[in-house]
Write a protein that binds this ligand. Sequence first.
Ligand code: GLU
Length: 483
Amino acid sequence: MNKVVTRFAPSPTGFMHIGGVRTAIFAYLTARKYGGTFILRIEDTDKEREVEGSIEHIQKALRWLNLEWNYGPDKPGPFGSCIQSERLPTYKEFALKLIEKGLAYPDPYTAGQVETFRKKAEAEKRPFLYRDHRPKEFGVWDGTKPLRLKVPEVKRWHWKDAVRGDLEGGEEMLDDFVLIKSDGYPTYNFAHIIDDHLMGVTHILRADEFISSTPRFLSLYQALDIEPPVFATLPPILRDDRTKKLGKRDGAKDVMEYEREGYLSEAMLNYLTLLGWHPSDDREILSLDEILKEFSLERIQKAGAVFDEEKLKWFNRQYILRKSDEEFSERAQTFLPEWMSTKTTAFKRLLPVLKDKIQVFGEISGLFGEGGELHFIKALPDYTVELLLWKKNPDRAAALANLNECRDLLGKIRNEDFSAEAVKAAVWPYAEAKGRGEVLWPLRMALTGQDKSPDPFVCAAILGKDESLSRIDQAVKKCISEK
Ligand code: GLU
């Protein structure tokens, strides 16, 4: 096989969503698998649709996922820039070649005239084809009029797709489409074929919306005398109810949104790779190296793949569980409130609980925020004495006795030994003897003042000895004095 070259060729028209990223991943994997080259090409020839900042955004998203490119907007190749708007002379050169061969001509009509042709076709209930109005003689192209391809041959095309197998498409798609617009920019149809050729692209991996245009592409390859590369059409990504393709309205959000929400890029990469591909066994958690070992175009499926955010969360959790305490703390840092730092003993004691609780790092903000399970660390909320009473025995005297006993037991632990394990060891035998709920409920409420929180041993350890005892004292006072 020739050296493999693939490209990801986004248009800078807004954010990168799941579908775009999945295409990038597959193109990247194909290049890496065969020791080839991966190009990031910016297709910015539709200036009206361009959204400022998109080029930076695309690069940021790919970098987040570690999809490093060999050539890109920041790294021109031997073929020049990877930004199409910087390659206009190249397209012009190819356009002139086609004109010379008699295979391209300037559109002689005004927009109004074309509209009349279209209406007439509509009235006669036949498809509007520009080639039916192709002028007998071609004028001279001065760049002010669109340049059109003279379709070299009107026929049915048959081609092979590395994923979909034998495909065909016919005459109805073949028309004298525009190569260069009157603003001087090439169309996607024209530019991508020239660039893929000059950049040595061997495999085009892209979404299925391009299948219907392939007969057009093939006639242009023919006109230009270019051997088409391998086409590999990726399966559509479906909404989780499988009824439709995932669209922006169904939550196909900006991939960097996931980064902000605290997803790990390894989890994202792993999950998206499985949207349309899977290894030969039933493994789901695969590192990039493991994926590369098994990756092949042959294993890409034809059928649509469902994007399920819950499943993505599950993947993220698996990767969180694999993180060392240091890595976990580092990532958690951004999501902590300003009153909590990863450097504190409290955080270190909390870490196993956090690791166990979250699927996505962003959930940390909620846990610490107002109404969150860990908000009690910041300050003891105002609560009524009723909260201290175990619901199966809402007796104030019992709560008071148990709180007093707990205070004594915790008081005996040395400050520096005040871990969740030590607190549990101190309180557990008493709780077993008295009834766990009886003892542990008032203790937990005294420490947190909120009915949702981790177990009382962890809560005490996080608060530390002094604060724990002070909170128990407050609860005792409440039991005695509150009406
Ligand atoms: N610029 C095209 C897009 O954004 C790329 C299609 C292709 O990969 O050829 O959809």
